[in-house]
Design a protein around this ligand. Structure first.
Ligand code: ARG
Length: 469
């Protein structure tokens, strides 16, 4: 059998084969493909569609393909079939009974996404844990929080870490492994043979079977969901990266990069560049591109399978490893970023970031907030004119503006007290940070348990090797 066996024996032009083959990419799905074939084969044997002895020989042969070189074929499915046929002759052809490459690839891709979800959930678990641990140690490190990249209000480094964790824990919901089995719908319309889809479903640990063959073979929603979930993670990683990159500049100076992650310049000897974080930010572009590529591939396709769908391979197969590596690098990188509390405090001193606290303290004495806001605004300007920091505004100066300013109101400007006072849920106080850290730990454990409940390829392979025929 040569290339073209899938075309009813017709021999494809070599250039056409080269152009149309997905093997260079989908050889990465070999394990998934063998697993799908094993489950299908076991079902064919148990339903009596294929004799048990034949099924046994095919199963043994399926396990040998991992050590062999894949022949030039249209795709990984045909490459495996060719290897089986070389070893077993015509009998190998029984494996493809009641199956099409259309439902086969739909299965392989789901198995791939499920495995990648598990790997990503593991990394998410580690990252959330790292952020929670780190937040516990950075409760007393203060620095400005920003809006519009202008110093806004005092926060702790722990608050930043919890904010980053809050983004990634949301992504967990987007990384749910696909749970519906596509195999058994054939090319589009099902099969006249008495197959048992639920048996295959159980063998492969899927929760349900797809409802309609025409839909199933053209459906890549699970791939789009995964690509979007991954893109969301990378978007979040890119935003964290920008905070770190900015904070590592001498202009901000709130963090320093450990030698293990700071990169130099080939010309400027003084440089300690945040290349790692720039690359994390840069890789996000790829994820966005891959998502777009998948969306455009699916857009406007007629019902059923169309070969255009093969173009899902590059963006989808790139997504999982990209996601996992970025999560891992972010964790390793953040673990080697040190906060400089003195720089943070200095920025709070001359940033008038206490203005809101003073206005709120004044409002608490009964002054309407809008009035308190205006009076504090006037105080900020007066302090700037007289060259004193707002956090050290003399009472006398404040009372020239309004006698309702008191020493206690001005005392609200202290950054430590300011952070401690934001006691409401989601705020910066010690109690609130405690809750946020607790929340991240819970979410980390949910990620871990979701991962633990996700069936893995190697375990499946072992199960299917032993399963009765
Ligand atoms: N290589 C194809 C793909 O990955 C497999 C399905 C081919 N089906 C077909 N009818 N030509 O999408």
């Amino acid at each position: 059998m040569g290339a073209g066996a899938a075309s009813g024996g017709a021999q494809l032009l070599p250039e056409v084969l080269a152009f149309s083959s997905s093997l260079p990419l989908d050889r990465a799905l070999l394990k998934e493909d063998v697993i799908g074939s094993l489950a299908h084969l076991i079902m064919l044997a148990r339903t009596g569609i294929v004799p048990r002895e034949t099924a046994g020989r095919i199963r043994d042969e399926l396990f040998t393909v991992f050590g062999k070189e894949l022949p030039e074929e249209e795709d990984v499915h045909m490459a495996v079939e060719t290897l089986l046929t070389r070893a077993l002759g015509e009998e190998a052809g029984m494996l493809h009974t009641a199956r099409s490459r259309n439902d086969q690839i739909a299965l392989d891709l789901r198995l791939h996404v499920r495995e990648q979800c598990a790997l990503a959930l593991h990394e998410l678990f580690l990252l959330l844990q790292e952020l929670a641990d780190r937040a516990e140690r950075e409760r007393d490190t203060l620095l400005p929080g920003y809006t519009h990249r202008q110093r806004a209000q005092p926060v702790s480094a722990a608050y930043y870490l919890c904010a980053w964790g809050a983004m990634f824990q949301r992504d967990m919901r987007r990384l749910h492994p696909p749970s519906d089995l596509p195999l058994g719908v054939g090319a589009l319309a099902g099969t006249s043979l008495p197959i048992d889809r639920h048996l295959v479903r159980k063998l492969l640990h899927f929760g349900s079977i797809t409802a309609n063959g025409l839909d199933t073979v053209g459906d890549r929603d699970f791939a789009l969901d995964f690509a979007y979930g991954a893109t969301r993670v990378l978007l979040h990683a890119s935003r964290v990266a920008t905070d770190v990159i900015d904070f590592a500049t001498s202009e901000f100076g709130y963090v320093t990069l450990d030698d293990e992650i700071a990169m130099g310049s080939s010309m400027m000897p003084q440089k300690r560049n945040p290349d790692l974080f720039e690359l994390i930010r840069g890789k996000c572009g790829r994820a966005v591109g891959n998502l777009m590529s998948l969306l455009v591939t699916v857009k406007g396709l007629p019902g059923g399978y169309n070969r255009d769908l093969q173009e899902d391979r590059q963006p989808l197969l790139e997504t999982g490893p990209l996601l996992v590596s970025v999560l891992r690098m972010l964790r390793l990188g953040l673990g080697r970023v040190k906060f400089d509390g003195a720089r943070g405090r200095a920025a709070l001193e001359d940033g008038a970031t206490a203005a809101t606290d003073i206005a709120e303290a004044l409002a608490q004495t009964g002054v309407p907030f809008r009035t308190a806001y205006k009076l504090t605004g006037a105080l900020v300007r007066k302090c700037a004119e007289s060259g004193v920091s707002l956090s050290r505004a003399p009472l006398q100066l404040a009372q020239q503006i309004d006698p309702r300013f008191t020493a206690a109101v001005l005392g609200a400007a202290d950054a430590v007290a300011s952070v401690a006072r934001k006691k409401n849920a989601g705020g910066t106080s010690r109690e609130s940070i405690e809750e946020q850290i607790q929340f991240l730990r819970e979410r980390a454990h949910q990620a871990k348990s979701l991962m633990a409940h996700t069936p893995r390829l190697d375990a499946l392979l072992r199960e299917l090797k032993e399963a009765a025929l």
